[in-house]
Design a protein around this ligand. Structure first.
Ligand SMILES: [Zn+2]
Length: 298
């Protein structure tokens, strides 16, 4: 199946080693608009390219999904530049984060869904992003999900939901989107390893969704191993939720490493540990390549 990256159309078979949830930038669109030097572009590009090139050269990373939604400053031209300079394919998202938005309060669901669908076409985005935080399905979160479900009906794109693992907010979020015609095989529940409660992802996997272990820490290999042993290797996605640059570089210009880890835990620590535990290469490839491809295809 053909899909869009920010630099052109590829076949899903060309994704290669993939990190499913990372960010080139996360920032504040209102400050970016007022201050042209907010997250200075050249510095951002230099930092992002050096991090991504390192991951590509050391681990053979070929594709990064940039999960940055509109309300965290997604910038397609920036993604294109970073992709071209790093020679790593970048798949973009559209949609919302959980922070407040005037438009989401004031505008109707169908109007917003039309706009997201239009953006998905114009920006070649291949993922719809939304978020349900610790407070669960507040009226605002429910409206956001409604918009995303309506955008899914227009585009067919998979839906990624940022969730709060401790509050298990993905359980009610998945139920809500399923009730609004987003099939489990087009749904990804994010941040499931933020708590150690394995029941949180297992329940979602039993429902048929994908889960994203995407704030990965070196100790997460056991967590992933349990999901594999339970028979769900075909529904687990792995990545770091690493932000190459975000607003804290305004306070600390020398901060090149905002997130706890860079882009090297999955391939540098987790996969070798899974192999040592007896996980075969085909299963490893599911986590890093084939699951992301199937999510886009199904
Ligand atoms: Zn993220």
């Amino acid at each position: 199946m053909r899909i869009h990256t920010v630099t052109g159309i590829i076949d899903t078979g060309e994704l290669g080693e993939t990190l499913f949830h990372e960010h080139i930038i996360c920032t504040s669109p209102e400050f970016q608009r007022v201050f042209p030097d907010w997250l200075p572009r050249k510095k951002v590009v230099d930092i992002a390219v050096s991090k991504i090139k390192y991951a590509a050269e050391k681990f053979g990373i070929k594709t990064i999904f940039d999960a940055t939604p509109l309300s965290l400053g997604r910038d397609i031209e920036l993604l294109k530049e970073v992709s071209e300079k790093s020679e790593v394919q970048i798949v973009a998202a559209t949609g919302f984060y959980c922070y407040d938005s005037f438009a989401r309060h004031k505008l109707k669901v169908d109007f917003l869904a039309d706009r997201l669908a239009e953006d998905a076409v114009n920006s070649h985005a291949s993922l719809l992003k939304c978020a349900v935080g610790n407070d669960g399905l507040t009226p605002e979160a429910a409206k956001t999900l409604e918009v995303i479900c309506a955008a899914h009906a227009r585009t067919g794109l998979p839906v990624y939901i940022h969730t709060a693992a401790a509050a298990k907010s993905g359980w009610e979020a998945q139920k809500f989107v399923a009730g609004n015609n987003v099939a489990p095989e087009k749904t990804v529940i994010g941040h499931v390893s933020d708590s150690n409660d394995i029941e949180y992802p297992l329940e979602l996997l039993k429902r048929g969704c994908y889960v994203s272990v995407d704030r990965i820490h070196p100790h997460n290999s056991e967590f992933i191993l349990q999901l594999i042993k339970a028979g769900f290797a075909d529904r687990v996605l792995v990545s770091h939720d690493h932000v190459c640059c975000y607003d804290t570089v305004m306070e600390n210009p020398d901060d090149r490493q905002n997130a706890p880890h860079g882009l090297d835990i999955v391939h540098g620590v987790i996969l070798p540990e899974l192999r040592r535990s007896g996980v075969d290469e085909q299963t490893v490839k599911q986590l890093t390549t084939t699951n992301a491809a199937r999510l886009l295809e199904e």
